[in-house]
Design a protein around this ligand. Sequence first.
Ligand code: ZN
Length: 354
Amino acid sequence: MIWDSIRGHGERVEWFRRTIRRGRLSHAYVFAGPGGIGKRMFARTLAQCMFCQRHSNEELLACGECSGCKQIARRSHPDLHEIGRESAKSSLVRIDQICGDSDHRGKAGLCFDMSRLPMVADRKIAIIDYAEDMNGSAANSFLKTLEEPQARALLILIASNPEELQPTIRSRCQTIWFEPLSSHDIAELLVQQELVVDPTEAAALAELSGGSLEVATQLIDPALRELRDTLYQQLAGEFDSIVLAEKLNSGIEAIGGDAGTQRRNVLWLIRFGLEFFRTATLHLSDRPEGAVIPAAVAFARRFDTRSPEDFEFVMSLFERMAETEHHIESNVSVPRCVEVLCEDLGHKLRPARR
Ligand SMILES: [Zn+2]
């Protein structure tokens, strides 16, 4: 069934089905919730159900085979208009996407498309991704479309930070909240979409993803995982702070990307480190849970499970890691942060070697 590919949002599907059956579908919605949890895919599937020629809107189903369904799949349905950031690099929804460039202002763009009659379906649907990006003039142009919609038009605004939407826009839309996905769903999606082969690896990534498939896929980069393994080996084995800092910093540089990407990658390493010590403390307190990190279990075996001091010690390593997460987020030089962290961990770990 068409909705089977959407994870974790079954209640929202039922809600829309009931709403349509009661004839209460509104003309504008904000789909709110963290990035990478399937809001846009939900919006597209909803549009497909509305345009499927073999199912009534009340059924909220799509056959996948009729011309309406095929046009949606090919992104060529003349009554579905989608806009968003042009690329990951461009940060804004541009005004010409909303109302045409300066030569065609008001004669092109989403608002123009939505002002026209549907071509093949009985309504027009717009999906605006990153809607909170719309700046002042784009938002003002869009407001008119929102206030005077075509009959049966459906506008779906997607926003990870709905509080950043212009209040005049948000107040004219009904907000539907989408929850982060469960770790179980993320792990299954990673394997199902052949992003990760090993289910244990998928479970470990899912635990770190905060319920976002987008975040989980960012963590898949093999070079980043290699650095994670280096970190784990060092923590579980003969810790050498100079060697580790060198390896981590040069590894991050080798992965490349702009300063923001490098900062993000170091943050992942720190989070891997936090997971390592979290797993170790859980083992020490005899309640292992979540994805198992074998190196962290081996590390925990060096300590006495009955000793509060040992538990406190491992907790202090966790806290030192968490401090670095905070430092990196607050714009301190990233390579220096890594060096200081490794030095401090080295000092702490040396007398604890057993
Ligand atoms: Zn169909």
